[in-house]
Design a protein around this ligand. Structure first.
Ligand SMILES: [Zn+2]
Length: 130
């Protein structure tokens, strides 16, 4: 392919929404070989929108379908690349999350994966409280 280059724009996948976004970093081939595509995905991060929510003290709840995420029952940690996102998201303030789920959340943790139905139940709770 001719469109390879020795520079590439780094992209990350957003943990929360699963979308690709530019990190603003430029990757460079140390030997100046045209080895890279225009964009290179190097890992996970938070897109500007979700970084902002994280900075404001929200934790993202990401609804995933465990049956399609390739997680065995009893597994505690779902790898983001294996998570099958249903597309349903919710944001809760960290202190609210701790109260509702009765679990502490790490300072650096931007998101948690939840099973289908959890977000619907939360929304019902919130609307019941007015
Ligand atoms: Zn995002």
């Amino acid at each position: 392919m001719d469109d390879k280059s020795y520079v590439s724009l780094e992209q990350h996948l957003c943990l929360v929404c699963g979308r690709l976004f530019d990190t603003g970093h430029v990757l460079m081939d140390k030997r100046f070989r045209a080895s890279m595509e225009r964009h290179t995905t190097t890992g996970w991060g938070l897109c500007p929108e979700h970084q902002k929510l994280f900075d404001e003290g929200f934790v993202a709840l990401i609804e995933c379908d465990p049956a399609r995420s390739g997680v065995s029952a009893g597994s505690t940690r779902l790898q983001p690349e294996r998570a099958y996102r249903t597309g349903r998201l919710a944001h809760l303030r960290r202190e609210v999350f701790t109260r509702v789920f009765n679990v502490a959340i790490g300072d650096g943790q931007a998101c948690v994966f939840v099973e289908p139905g959890v977000i619907a139940r939360l929304e019902a709770m919130v609307s019941a409280q007015g």
